[in-house]
Ligand binder design. Sequence first.
Ligand SMILES: NC(=O)C1=CN([C@@H]2O[C@H](COP(=O)(O)OP(=O)(O)OC[C@H]3O[C@@H](n4cnc5c(N)ncnc54)[C@H](O)[C@@H]3O)[C@@H](O)[C@H]2O)C=CC1
Ligand SMILES: O=C(O)C(=O)COP(=O)(O)O
Length: 525
Amino acid sequence: MPKVLISDKMDPKAAQIFRERGVEVDEITGKTPEELKAIIGEYDGLAIRSSTKVTQDILDAATNLKVVGRAGIGVDNVDIPAASARGVVVMNTPFGNSITTAEHAIALMFALARQLPEADASTQAGKWEKNRFMGVELTAKTLGLIGAGNIGSIVADRARGLKMKVVAFDPFLTPERAIEMGVEKVELDQLLARADFITLHTPLTDQTRNILSAENLAKTKKGVRIINCARGGLIDEAALKQGLDSGHIAGAALDVFVNEPAKESPLFGTPNFVSTPHLGASTTEAQVNVAIQVAEQMADYLVSGGVTNALNMPSLSAEEAPKLKPYMALAEKLGSLVGQLAHGALSSISIEVEGAAAELNQKPITGAVLAGLMRVHSDTVNMVNAPFLAKERGLEVREVRNEREGDYHTLVRVTVRTEAGDRSVAGTLFGNQAPRLVELFGIKVEADLAGHMLYIVNEDAPGFIGRLGTTLGEAGVNIGTFHLGRRQAGGEAILLLSVDEPVTPELAAKVRSLPGVRTAMALAF
Ligand SMILES: NC(=O)C1=CN([C@@H]2O[C@H](COP(=O)(O)OP(=O)(O)OC[C@H]3O[C@@H](n4cnc5c(N)ncnc54)[C@H](O)[C@@H]3O)[C@@H](O)[C@H]2O)C=CC1
Ligand SMILES: O=C(O)C(=O)COP(=O)(O)O
């Protein structure tokens, strides 16, 4: 039974779903990195929010880990390249808390416009300072949206409902989408110059880090109010403090900080500064949404291989997974076969699906071929990290889809380009289930690729099979199955034998020394 650790506070629905889906679950929150490292080796899945930091160090100790599920959106607390390299799928729940977070941004905008927190504190202190608090209206003001994705779009929609004008800076926003959203697409400098309120809704990346730098804050309109419900690190906190102190910035509200938990900050206590402890996603509705989604997605992956919302792997629905399973076994065997047989550096690989296979999602088939190919050189390769490793090694990957049936109702063909030319193998599924090799380097040969095998290329001449049988028999190696193919009578022949014992290098050398043998090598599947 797969086992999952929930390491951040999550709605109880998550644990309930894991149990209903046959996944064992422990909920242990508040662990230090060292404590997490000590226990993570036991788990197949790790369900987190933003507190747990999934670092390279944690992943190194996570010897059984297959999936990290983020009950929320931002995954900047997960080292995705390190997870990919270890073959761990990273998933998030990209929509479950977007409305809630957008509403928090709007709430903070109102809080700034009417100084609600300070007015509340003063009133409850018995001061009744009616003349101290003079607000601004939102109606007709310009809201500058930095990042117009899921959350940004909801904020824009709500702001338009409040009769604000919305200008948006987002390099990936198309003009059509801007029209649909009812916002004006602008460059960052224009936004900075025009906005009365600025709200940030981008992920934290190398491009967005410090997007509101001291220099950019200086370009804002005097009296601007700034809201950040996205990620700490998007704003230069020291420059923000200076802007508030000088009065250039009329207000700032931060839900997120460079260092969290933010137990101290030079910003604390600054007039017109409002803060919340990363509460953007904290509503009952959003937490139920993300808990259900993350548990369903992780259980799908651990129980049936379905992949949804993964950041480092193509999607594969729980319905598709069983159909694709035999193809993935076939693809992996074909990848492994070319990996074992093709010598020298490979510059490209083409994965072609034909007939029934062409109706399926090809990405997982490609992933499985690459995993089979690269596992020949490393035990830690799987479908998740194989495409990344292929890219790292400069292997060009091509996918070809051919819906017309050929000789077989379904076929997967793998062709690699080696220094010696193209090498191609192909396989089908017998009864839609059993993987079977049907072609090897242009020669038709039918074989089940399983266990220990011996691959021989020889000149097709009488007496050879007898000599081979004797050589194997003398070495105490029993032949299980025997598959033969040849280009033409008397030409080059291929033999694929399955044997009950591993073929030692000495035995392979002995077979190579038999008359007429061009190549003999051990294979394992
Ligand atoms: N405070 C909280 O509790 C929560 C914070 N968040 C954070 O909100 C942020 C946005 O989330 P979503 O809208 O769901 O993400 P999204 O991926 O739907 O949208 C992000 C947008 O940022 C844009 N973008 C990327 N690079 C940019 C750049 N250099 N300049 C301008 N725009 C750029 C993208 O094109 C995209 O449209 C994320 O960082 C997420 O972690 C999300 C949920 C809760
Ligand atoms: O979903 C996100 O990106 C968030 O920032 C929410 O964080 P949380 O799950 O509340 O720790």
